[in-house]
Structures are given as structure tokens and as C-alpha cells.
Design a protein around this ligand. Structure first.
Ligand SMILES: [Zn+2]
Length: 210
């Protein structure tokens, strides 16, 4: 219950900041949202996109899942949460940027590299992480002689690139990127260093953003 009490107290602070007598931030947001950026981040408690970017309500349209993955476009009638969020952000909100935000020490990628989630029953994680199997294969081929820590970091970054590739499999995204109205970004948060890196296609690697 300690956590829950802390969250309720936290909400009171939020309420004062955004709905107190001096607060104006939420006034336009009561009518609707118009964020210009969508972030796809990991569910990991240490990598909240809004906290990392010091953003306020209304700034970011966010999807978080295990290992910040974007599945390929599959029009099979399945319940595709990430795809639905992409469609809403791109076709209805008209976002101008999509950021795939990966991070170091990612548990999802660790499970991917181990070849299983190690959990009993369910198997949802293993099934979900199958999206990133091509990233694992690429790393194990190209960095076969490297240690596990280096392979893990490479797989975290390869997973971001795979998600960027998968974004292109959605026709409504591919068209807008080709037309110049939508930009895609691959970011990597190194939580040991406290650093943010960006994929630079012209260099073929991640470089510090700041
Ligand atoms: Zn993660």
C-alpha cells in the first residue's frame, strides 16, 4: 500500500500543478490533443519517455511495450495494439515524427538473446519477442566472437533498426515518409551512462544526441 499512497499524493501534486488556480496548461487540452510526435518506448519502469524528455501532458503520443517493438503490418484481423496506435497517430493526429526509443539493460532483449523468456506458462513474452528474431540473428552472425554484454547492446540497437524497418511496412507511414511529411528516428537511452544516442544512417551507427 505504500506505493499506492505515494501515487495518490503524487496525483495531488499533479492536480495542483495542472488544475490549480494559476494553472492554464490544461485549458486547450480539454478540447483535444494535437501532439506532433509519437514515441514507441519500452515498458521498463526506468525509461518513461515523458520523464526522459521533460515533456508535459499533450506533448507526446506514446506506446510502450516489451522492448519497444513495432511489429510488421499484418492485415489479418488480429488485435494489433501497436498498429492501431500508429494508425491513430499518423492518420488522425497527423504526427510529424515517430521516435523508436530503445534502451540499455533491456529485459525483453535479454530474453530474446537467451532464446526464451524463462517464465512458466503463457509464453506471451517469447511470442512477442519473435518480432525481433531477425535482430538477434544479425547480431549473432556479425558479432559471433563478442561477449554477451556487447551482443546484448548490439541487439538492443538492432531491435530499434528493425522496428524502424517495420514502420515502413505500413503503407500510410511509408507514403508520408516518402512525401517528406513524416520523419522516423531511432533513439537509444544508455541508462548506465545517462546518455541519449541517435541512429545516424549516414554513419551506420548510434551517436550521442547532445
Ligand atoms: Zn526494455
Amino acid at each position: 500500500m505504500k506505493d499506492i499512497q505515494r501515487f495518490i499524493a503524487g496525483f495531488r501534486t499533479f492536480q495542483e500543478n495542472y488544475f490549480g488556480p494559476e494553472a492554464t496548461h490544461f485549458e486547450p487540452l480539454k478540447e483535444g490533443q494535437s501532439p506532433k510526435t509519437m514515441i514507441i518506448g519500452c515498458s521498463d519502469s526506468r525509461v518513461d519517455p515523458a520523464i526522459l524528455t521533460n515533456c508535459a501532458p499533450g506533448d507526446l503520443f506514446t506506446v510502450r511495450n516489451v522492448a519497444n517493438l513495432v511489429p510488421p503490418c499484418e492485415e489479418d484481423g488480429g488485435r494489433h495494439g501497436v498498429s492501431a496506435a500508429l494508425e491513430f497517430a499518423v492518420c488522425h493526429l497527423g504526427v510529424e515524427h515517430i521516435v523508436v526509443l530503445g534502451h540499455s539493460q533491456c529485459g525483453g532483449i535479454k530474453a530474446l538473446m537467451a532464446g526464451s523468456c524463462g517464465c512458466k506458462g503463457g509464453g506471451f513474452i517469447t511470442n512477442w519477442m519473435e518480432i525481433a528474431v531477425p535482430a538477434r540473428e544479425r547480431v549473432l552472425t556479425e558479432l559471433a566472437d563478442k561477449d554477451a554484454a556487447l551482443q546484448q547492446r548490439a541487439a538492443e540497437q538492432a531491435g530499434i533498426l528493425l522496428s524502424l524497418e517495420n514502420l515502413h511496412s505500413f503503407p500510410f507511414i511509408h507514403q508520408r515518409v516518402s512525401g517528406g511529411s513524416l520523419s522516423l528516428h531511432g533513439w537509444y537511452f544508455d541508462l548506465a551512462e545517462g546518455a541519449l544516442l541517435e541512429y545516424r544512417p549516414e554513419l551506420g551507427r548510434f551517436e550521442p544526441l547532445h
